[in-house]
Design a protein around this ligand. Structure first.
Ligand SMILES: [Ca+2]
Length: 404
């Protein structure tokens, strides 16, 4: 008997094939999941486990919708940060940090990762466990595993989820995740769960849903595995001198703290940079009107968890606030523009016509477009930070109505 959702999937596949979005020779979802089950069997997973896993794996069309949706507008750092690092979340984080001090100190000893970072991840991933995800894990993973774009990655995740069931770390009565298959208090993918999850509360079970202690110990182990440098910060807010060359910004441009100091970069409060022998890169996520940061190698470790600079900045700033820090010296500006893809395309067109951009007009505000914008700003006598603020766009002759 075919599951009703399976029929929907088949209809969807035919629809996509008719649009040319999928190849007609792709196997059906049913065949794809049968193949995953066969791979689990070949790897020695107990038969009742893989059979039940196959039986409960039904397609989730919503997952493909979410996976394919393009954001309608650019997300400025001020908006990203403002939604995540809120006064309420800082206060909750401080309370939780205090409540679990003994555990967090133990994790720091073992993994090198200070507790305020672990609490910051917990706050950003699930708002301290208040939202663990409601999508069916195996169905969501298989929907992506049976879609051609990232099939291998998600097939491996489905198999790892089945290994977790086989090992007893997951049970069939609680297989809920984010739409992309992230699990529990700190939203581990199954591969990360399998490799890094540990028992933290001493009950000999690994439970990233029910045990915050297990989640904190596991998060420490994961960050240690990603290469956390013991005793180092993520980075820090800095102040830049007048006339600073924003062409030096970007995670690929690393210099010693001494070299940054020689360029006039100081701590956020105006004090000289520390004398530690660290390599750092400069990030200016809201352009010259917003805060500036030097980021160290632990920033890259945080990006190993989530490959977004905005995410990693939010982790670092939230962690500092949880540890009692006073917050940013310069707040992200509240008038940053959200641009639609059409507006970005219009900007790119102007940059192409001005000879600043040679790449494609694709509506995406990537590094090439930002570099071209910086070149245009320089010729207009504006601060060349490559950030599309209202003044720059007006100088380029683009009148953009603000987006809500
Ligand atoms: Ca446990």
């Amino acid at each position: 008997m075919r599951h009703p959702a399976l029929r929907l999937y088949t209809v969807l596949s035919l629809f996509c094939a008719a649009l040319g979005a999928g190849a007609s020779e792709e196997p059906s979802f049913e065949a794809c999941v049968a193949d995953l089950g066969a791979r689990a069997a070949a790897e020695g997973i107990q038969e009742p486990i893989w059979r039940e896993a196959v039986a409960v794996t039904t397609p989730v069309p919503r997952v493909l919708e979410l996976d394919r949706s393009q954001p309608e507008f650019t997300t400025p750092f001020s908006r990203y940060f403002g939604l995540r690092v809120t006064p309420g979340r800082i206060a909750s984080g401080r309370q939780r940090f205090k409540d679990r001090r003994a555990l967090l100190q133990r994790v720091q000893q073992d993994s090198g990762v200070p507790g305020h970072y672990l609490v910051a991840f917990w706050g950003l991933e699930t708002n301290f466990g208040s939202y663990l995800g409601k999508m069916p894990l195996l169905g969501s993973l298989a929907t992506l595993a049976c879609d051609p774009r990232r099939a291998d990655f998600f097939a491996a995740q489905w198999l790892d989820a089945v290994r977790l069931l086989d090992r007893g770390d997951l049970t069939f009565d609680r297989l809920e995740s984010s739409w992309a298959g992230a699990l529990g208090h700190v939203q581990f993918m199954p591969s990360v769960y399998l490799r890094y999850a540990q028992d933290g509360d001493g009950d000999d079970r690994v439970d990233l849903f029910g045990s915050v202690d297990d989640a904190m110990v596991s998060a420490g182990a994961f960050l240690q595995g990603l290469g956390w440098a013991r005793g180092e910060r993520w980075g820090r807010e800095v102040a830049l001198p007048e006339g600073f060359d924003y062409g030096l910004a970007g995670r690929q441009n690393r210099r010693s703290l001494e070299a940054w100091g020689a360029l006039g970069v100081r701590q956020g409060d105006g004090a000289p940079l520390p004398t530690a022998e660290l390599e750092a890169a400069l990030l200016v996520p809201s352009g010259h009107a917003g805060p500036a940061f030097l980021v160290y190698r632990n920033f890259d470790v945080i990006m190993g968890w989530n490959r977004s600079e905005f995410y990693a900045l939010s982790v670092g700033i939230l962690a500092d606030a949880i540890a009692g820090g006073a917050g940013l010296s310069i707040a992200p500006p509240d008038d940053e523009l959200r641009l639609s893809m059409d507006q970005v395309s219009a900007l790119q067109q102007v940059l192409v016509e001005g000879g600043h951009l040679t790449g494609a007009v694709d509506g995406l505000l990537g590094p090439a477009t930002r570099a071209a914008l910086a070149r245009a700003e320089a010729t207009l006598g504006l601060i060349a930070d490559g950030h599309p603020d209202a003044r720059t766009l007006a100088a380029l002759g683009l009148e953009l109505s603000p987006q809500p």
